[in-house]
Design a protein around this ligand. Sequence first.
Ligand code: SF4
Ligand code: SF4
Length: 177
Amino acid sequence: MAIENISLSGRKTAVTNKDMSFWERIYLVQIVKGMMITIRHFFKKKITIQYPEQTRTYSPVYRGLHVLMRDEEGRERCTACGLCALACPAEAITMKAAERTKDELHLYREEKYAAVYEINMLRCIFCGLCEDACPKEAIFLTKSQKHVNVGTNRESFIYGKDKLVISVEDGKNKRYN
Ligand code: SF4
Ligand code: SF4
């Protein structure tokens, strides 16, 4: 069989230049057929929802916005080791490390901490590799169902520690979802 005659899908139709019949020329049958499809869909159950008032049930493996964790004493867990940034395939994470002083023992768990920690949400693909890479259980992707806010400038998509670090209260109660 010639290659041009093979139809893998079984839907291949041969194109011919035969003259159209009267009914084909006035398109009436095609218009009625199209209207029937429209009417059929009109009475079907709607699949659109009124977000944000309504939300769908999320998948059990859903990964939402990130949080930076505190320990049970309310201290930040992140030591600015950089492993999450290395693991990130989208290069969305940046940070600056700083040394903890004696006065800051109650703020940071280890001697080194992230003075600056930022995630560029325009780059993030919510893969969760940062969470997997973290040796300190400091970063998690939550199931909060909160989404990145809509914005008109790029700066608003850079999430810093002010948005990422959980509250002391939540840290003590091990709440972050
Ligand atoms: S979820 Fe993935 S893409 Fe987003 S910051 Fe973490 S590693 Fe990077
Ligand atoms: S979040 Fe974890 S992996 Fe990333 S810098 Fe902090 S301690 Fe290291």
